[in-house]
Design a protein around this ligand. Structure first.
Ligand code: PLP
Ligand code: TYF
Length: 398
């Protein structure tokens, strides 16, 4: 049966991370995979998350199945976290959420819903986008096309090109937008630019599918939800895929939510039933543990406040690091003006250095970034910053 199978290449990000783990260079530095690391290079459990988990386990008296859509407290509080209290209350039954295995599960279930709703859906993704969007969304039967987004010359969003590109999308198609902290470039659109994008979506009757994997990592929890909230206020239908991997640090628990907002409760209920049917056709229902933790945490004001403080520290630490990297590189060399690094949002940023430099950093110094030049800002530390600045500048000036 399986003798004919070829060995497929690994996911480029997970594969590079594995190569890093196997590298025996004692001075190696991992800027590849998007996992938060603290000053000690560790990925600790948020204290508030640990407390919520302990409470959950102490109170739990069954491991029987949870409701198929997921933990009700999780669903309610995730909706409030994304949409804000006011909007969530206004929408009532026009919004439905389903717990999913990570943001990936949410993306896949959102894609399944789209292909149940319409034949031959074309989904437009930013150029570039997270590499995993392709397999996740195409395998639900969607056709992916690209809209203009990032300019390698200016190291920022080419907003004119983006708008033009969106204006040319056929009426009725779907547009995937990164809610905040664009992966891989770290280049986000401003609130005023969101307003313009949403106007184009309204004019062209395009449905947004918004991927929110880093809420709280950019400008703050509410600020990072600006695009989602405005889209929900101004457009008839919005689809959202949220992940709890980064902002709750629950990566391996695989927890996220897919959310659908329509104009009437009946349509929302129908959409939700299609998501549940799609889930039942693959994994039946999401793992519960992570959702139980988040549901408990967000329903407890003290734990919520503790978690927000911790999340804010994470955000501010990444901001400091990106600033120090930009300033350090600018002082150490003059070939590239790295000021744009300081402007990037969230966990990632393109360095915009030649591919040979990326490869030399990896093979000569054990400094791992993706071929696209994406770095994980959280992989920087006070210890490794001077080394990275020195090595990048040295290779750049050869
Ligand atoms: N979307 C983007 C842009 C991501 O970077 C990620 C990865 O963290 C996800 C979605 C989903 O991640 P997960 O399935 O681990 O929650
Ligand atoms: O982009 C990243 O590095 C994170 C983590 O298949 C990740 O989003 C990478 C690859 C993958 C799943 C998650």
């Amino acid at each position: 049966m399986f003798g004919q199978l070829d060995i497929l290449p690994p996911d480029p990000i997970l594969g590079l991370n594995q190569t890093f783990q196997q590298d025996d260079n004692a001075d190696k530095i991992n800027l590849s995979i998007g996992v938060y690391q603290n000053a000690q290079g560790l990925t600790p459990i948020f204290t508030a998350v640990k407390k919520a988990e302990q409470q959950l386990l102490a109170a739990q008296n069954t491991k029987s199945y949870a409701p198929q859509a997921g933990d009700p407290s999780f669903l309610e509080h995730m909706t409030r976290l994304l949409l804000g209290d006011e909007l969530s209350e206004q929408l009532q039954d026009r919004v439905a959420a389903v717990m999913t295995p990570g943001g990936c599960g949410a993306l896949r279930m959102g894609a399944e819903l789209l292909s149940h709703a319409k034949q031959n859906v074309t989904l437009w993704v930013s150029d570039p986008t997270w590499a995993n969007h392709y397999p996740l969304l195409q395998s639900a039967g969607l056709t992916l096309e690209k809209y203009s987004y990032y300019s390698a010359e200016t190291h920022s969003v080419d907003f004119t090109a983006m708008l033009e590109s969106l204006q040319a999308i056929p009426v009725g198609d779907v547009v995937l937008l990164h809610g905040c902290c664009h992966n891989p470039t770290g280049a986000d659109i401003s609130p005023a630019q969101w307003d313009q994008v949403i106007s184009v979506l309204a004019e062209r009757q395009l449905t947004p599918f918004i991927d929110v994997a880093y809420q709280g990592f950019g400008d703050g929890l509410a600020e990072d939800a600006y695009g989602v909230r405005e889209a929900v206020k101004r457009l008839p239908e919005v689809l959202v895929a949220a992940s709890c991997s980064k902002n709750f640090g629950l990566y391996r628990e695989r927890i996220g939510a897919v959310m659908v907002i329509t104009q009437d409760p009946q349509t929302t209920l129908a959409a939700k039933s299609h998501i549940l049917t799609a889930a039942r056709s693959s994994y039946s229902m999401s793992p519960y543990h992570g959702g139980g933790i988040v549901g408990l945490l967000l329903s407890d004001p003290e734990l919520t406040s503790e978690w927000k403080t911790e999340l804010e520290q994470v955000r501010l630490r990444m901001n400091r690091l990106r600033l120090e990297l930009a300033e350090g590189l600018n002082q150490a060399q003059s070939r590239i003006d790295f000021s744009f690094v300081a402007e990037s949002k969230g966990m990632f940023c393109y360095l915009g250095i030649p591919l040979e430099v990326v490869h030399a950093l990896r093979s000569e110094f054990g400094i791992y970034l993706l071929d696209s030049t994406r770095i994980n800002v959280a992989g920087l530390s006070q210890e490794n910053l001077p080394i990275i600045i020195d090595r990048v500048s040295e290779v750049l000036s050869r």
